[in-house]
Design a protein around this ligand. Structure first.
Ligand SMILES: *Cc1c(COP(=O)(O)O)cnc(C)c1O
Length: 396
């Protein structure tokens, strides 16, 4: 017999979400997540992936993955601390440290998992964490799990951060204090003010933790936001994901050897959950090699982003102040935004709406993620659809 309480809970809450229009129907991509995708049998120009460099479908990565399956099998066989640390995992971690310019690195199964792991391995209930109000959900959950006091500061507001850091230090209540931020904020594409954050951290002896999920492979010749500002020696935790520009799956922290040693004995998802597969590890190593060897993919990505941004701006759209390929088209009203995205998809452009509560009320937008893999023809086609729908809905 199934639980009546559970049935009641599920039926009531699902019905509520559906009547409020908040129930998210998930689309299925039939085949690979490339620059053009197929959904419900229809081909669409894909402006919604995080596959910045097109590596998710790169032939060279696929070949590495296939070879890794042949040499190492499809699974690691055990958690890292029993005997699931394969030579490939160590090679991956050495590669990540080289990529990030740090002494060492630790790999996790995902970026989300990494934030759950690393923050709580270092912070506890006697500590405080200064967290940008727009930080990613995985940072928020990682902070909560640590049971440290979470002190939110206004988005990229350095006066607010300084004031709150000062107050936290002077209160004498906390053992350790950390400041944590996204490197690139995913909704607007703005970059964290890391030089100021590091300066404030030095002034108040704060630990620094940068989640560079959207910055790695994109900024700093691919090495990320920290490298972009030349701060590799000043940021304690360089965290990132391997699922966005890197194109595969996994997360990591790069930092000093003793930090990584500690995370390897104290972070629970590392200790109690099996690591990425051999194919993941090998494909990731290849991706990082490609990024370090040549800037070709990044150049394509930046060129395509500029091209799309200029096209949309010329039409008269408000595309915000993004400093990265992330290109919001800010519509404003929630209903219009949703209608707009629906029409784009019907006309062959897959770009999703993002509305309150993910972004502030009245700033509903359609977010575009141009990648290195798009062609000019695809972008021209997308811009033409943007023009048509903008006029149709009286936005232009
Ligand atoms: C996407 C993202 C993550 C999660 O990464 P996954 O590898 O997909 O789990 C974490 N932090 C930020 C800022 C992200 O954008």
């Amino acid at each position: 017999m199934t639980s009546q309480k559970l049935q009641h809970f599920l039926n009531k809450n699902l019905r509520d979400l559906k009547t409020k229009g908040l129930y998210n129907e998930i689309d299925t991509v039939e085949g690979a997540n490339g620059p053009v995708i197929t959904i419900n049998g229809k081909e669409l120009i894909n402006l919604s992936s995080n596959n910045y460099l097109g590596l998710a479908t790169d032939e060279r990565l696929k070949e590495e993955a296939i070879q890794a399956v042949k040499s190492h099998g499809v699974g690691a066989g055990a958690v890292r601390t029993i005997n699931g640390t394969l030579d490939l995992h160590n090679e991956l971690e050495r590669k990540l440290a080289e990529f990030k310019g740090t002494e060492a690195a630790i790999s996790y199964q995902s970026g989300f998992n990494c934030n759950m792991a690393a923050i709580s391995a270092v912070m506890d209930k006697n500590d405080a964490i200064l967290s940008d109000e727009l930080n990613h959900a995985s940072i928020i959950d990682g902070c909560r799990l640590s049971r440290a006091k979470i002190i939110r500061f206004n988005h990229s507001d350095m006066d607010d951060l300084r004031a709150k850091a000062k107050e936290a230090v002077e209160s004498g209540q906390y053992n350790k204090i950390m400041v944590i931020t996204d490197g690139v904020f995913s909704m607007d594409g703005d970059v964290a003010k890391l030089p100021e954050i590091v300066e404030i951290a030095e002034e108040f002896d704060l630990m620094t933790y940068v989640d560079d999920a959207h910055g790695s492979g994109v900024l700093g010749k691919g090495a990320g936001t920290v490298k972009h500002f030349g701060l590799q020696d000043k940021v304690d935790f360089q965290m990132g994901t391997l699922s966005k520009a890197i194109g595969v799956i996994g997360g990591y922290v790069a930092g000093k050897q003793n930090l990584i040693d500690w995370l390897k004995v104290r972070s629970r998802p590392f200790l109690f959950s099996t690591a990425v597969t051999p194919a993941d590890a090998k494909a990731t190593i290849k991706a990082i090699d490609l990024i370090m060897e040549s800037e070709e993919l990044q150049q394509n990505m930046w060129e395509n982003s500029e091209y799309l941004k200029n096209g949309l701006k010329k039409l008269g759209y408000d595309i915000g102040n993004s400093e990265t390929p992330i290109t919001p088209v800010i519509i404003g009203d929630e209903n219009t935004t949703q209608q707009f995205s629906k029409r784009l998809i019907e006309e062959g452009v897959y770009a999703k709406s993002i509305v309150f509560p993910t972004v502030p009320r009245g700033t509903g937008r359609v977010r575009n993620m141009p990648t290195a893999a798009h062609t000019k023809e695809m972008l021209d086609q997308a811009i033409a659809v943007y023009e048509k729908i903008g006029k149709e809905l009286n936005i232009l």
